[in-house]
Design a protein around this ligand. Structure first.
Ligand code: F6R
Ligand code: MG
Ligand code: MG
Length: 371
C-alpha cells in the first residue's frame, strides 16, 4: 500500500440509450452500487457519471496504477451494467467489453483508462475530462495549450515555479513507441508530431527541474491504452478521458479550462468517420443527438482530501463558455453542409468503415485507361 494517492478514471460504452446518445440512468445506479460496496476496502472514494454513451468511473485508492483489483472492480462493474443494458435492450449492450452484441463494427472496443499516482499536496485540485464521439488525439491541442502555450497559460511566463516548462510523453500509436520531449525547448519539434493527432498522442505530462513537484509524478494523463494495443491494425475512435492536476506551480484551474474556449476540430463524429467541433458542455448536456454529436467534452473538478473526492463542480456550466458553444454550433452547421465530402468526412485511411472496396469491385470492369 502506497503513501501516494492514485486517481483512476476507467470508462466503457456498455450500451447506448437510445442509439449511441446517452447512458441509461439505471446503469449509473448499478455502477454506484458496485463502487459503494468497494468503498473503504479497495477504493477510498468514487464518482460515477457519463459523457454521451460512455459510462465513466472515477476512483481514488492507494494501490498505484495498473492495479489488478482496481481494474477488476471496474471490469465487474461494467459487466453488471451490461446485464442491465441487455435486459433493457440498450443499443450495443456490452460493446466495449468484446461481447457478441453487434453494433455495426468491432473497432474501438475495450475500456479506456487514465490513471496517475502522486503525492497529494496540501491542497490538490484535479480536473477530470470526459469526451464522446472523438479519439484520444483530441486532447493533444488542449493539453499542449495548458502546459506549453504562454498565450493560454500566463503562468508559464509569470509564475517562477512554472517558467521552466513541462515534459511531455508522446506516443506513436502506429509504431508502438514513445518519446519524452521538453517544452519550451522542443516545442516546434513536438508540434510536428502532435499536430498529426491520429498517430501521435500525448499520454502524460511531467514537471521539470526547477518546479515544486517531484519529477517522476505525472501532472496529466490521457487514456490511449487501447489504441496503443491494437495500433498497427485499424484503430477505432476510443472516446477518451483525461485527468489534470492544477494550481500552485501547475496551470491554474482557469488555464486548464481555457483551451476549450475554442471548439477545435476533432475526428470521430457520426460513424467515427467525420470531423467536427469539440463542444464544451455541462454534464446535463452531455448527450450526442445532432448527427450523433457534435463531439463534446465535460469537465468535472474536485479537491482531493486524503483521497476523498470533494466535488464535483461542473466546470463548463459557465456562461463564459457560451461563445465556444455558439462557435461549435456554427462550425457544426458549416461542416455539415459538406455532406459526404472531405474534410467533413475523414480521409479514406482514417474512416472507421467504408463501402469503397465494394463500390470499386462493382465498377471493376467499367474503369477504362485514360490516354
Ligand atoms: C460515432 C458513433 C455513432 C455510430 C452510428 C452508427 O462514434 O458511435 O455515430 O457510429 O450511430 O452506429 P451503428 O453502426 O451501430 O448503427
Ligand atoms: Mg455507443
Ligand atoms: Mg461514446
Amino acid at each position: 500500500m502506497s503513501e501516494k494517492i492514485t486517481v483512476s478514471i476507467i470508462k466503457a460504452d456498455v450500451g447506448g440509450w437510445p442509439g449511441h446518445a446517452l447512458v441509461h440512468p439505471e446503469l449509473k445506479i448499478i455502477a454506484r452500487n458496485e463502487l459503494e460496496k468497494a468503498k473503504g476496502k479497495d477504493i477510498i472514494d468514487y464518482y460515477v457519471t457519463n459523457c454521451g454513451d460512455d459510462l465513466e468511473l472515477v476512483m481514488t485508492h492507494r494501490k498505484g496504477v495498473d492495479d489488478e483489483e482496481i481494474h477488476a472492480l471496474a471490469w465487474n462493474t461494467f459487466l453488471k451494467a451490461t446485464e442491465k443494458a441487455k435486459e433493457l435492450k440498450l443499443y450495443g449492450a456490452g460493446q466495449d467489453l468484446l461481447s457478441d452484441a453487434f453494433s455495426g463494427n468491432i473497432k474501438g472496443m475495450g475500456p479506456g483508462v487514465a490513471e496517475m499516482e502522486f503525492t497529494e499536496r496540501k491542497a490538490e485540485p484535479i480536473v477530470t475530462f470526459f469526451m464522446d464521439k472523438t479519439e484520444p488525439g483530441a486532447f493533444n491541442l488542449p493539453i499542449y495549450k495548458m502546459f506549453a502555450d504562454p498565450f493560454n497559460t500566463i503562468g508559464l511566463v509569470i509564475d517562477p515555479s512554472a517558467i521552466q516548462g513541462y515534459r511531455f510523453e508522446v506516443w506513436d500509436i502506429q509504431e508502438h513507441k514513445k518519446v519524452m520531449m521538453d517544452c519550451p525547448e522542443e516545442m516546434y519539434s513536438m508540434l510536428a508530431l502532435i499536430g498529426a493527432k491520429s498517430r501521435y498522442v500525448i499520454k502524460r505530462v511531467y514537471p521539470r527541474e526547477g518546479g515544486k513537484l517531484p519529477l517522476d509524478e505525472p501532472v496529466a494523463a490521457i487514456s490511449t491504452e487501447k489504441l496503443y494495443e491494437i495500433a498497427g491494425e485499424y484503430v477505432g475512435k476510443d472516446d477518451p478521458v483525461a485527468l489534470v492536476r492544477a494550481q500552485s506551480g501547475l496551470p491554474a484551474l482557469g488555464e486548464v479550462l481555457e483551451p476549450f474556449s475554442f471548439p477545435h476540430l476533432v475526428s470521430g463524429w457520426m460513424r467515427g468517420s467525420h470531423n467536427g467541433p469539440l463542444m464544451p458542455v455541462s454534464q446535463c448536456n452531455a448527450k450526442c443527438t445532432r448527427f450523433d454529436g457534435p463531439p463534446r467534452v465535460v469537465a468535472l473538478g474536485f479537491q482531493l482530501a486524503n483521497g476523498r473526492l470533494v466535488g464535483p463542480v461542473d466546470l463548463f456550466d459557465d456562461p463564459g463558455f457560451d461563445n465556444s458553444r455558439q462557435m461549435a454550433k456554427d462550425t457544426a452547421d458549416y461542416m455539415r453542409r459538406h455532406g459526404p465530402f472531405e474534410p467533413h468526412r475523414l480521409p479514406l485511411a482514417d474512416m472507421e468503415y467504408t463501402t469503397l472496396p465494394k463500390v470499386l469491385s462493382k465498377l471493376k470492369g467499367r474503369f477504362e485507361k485514360i490516354e
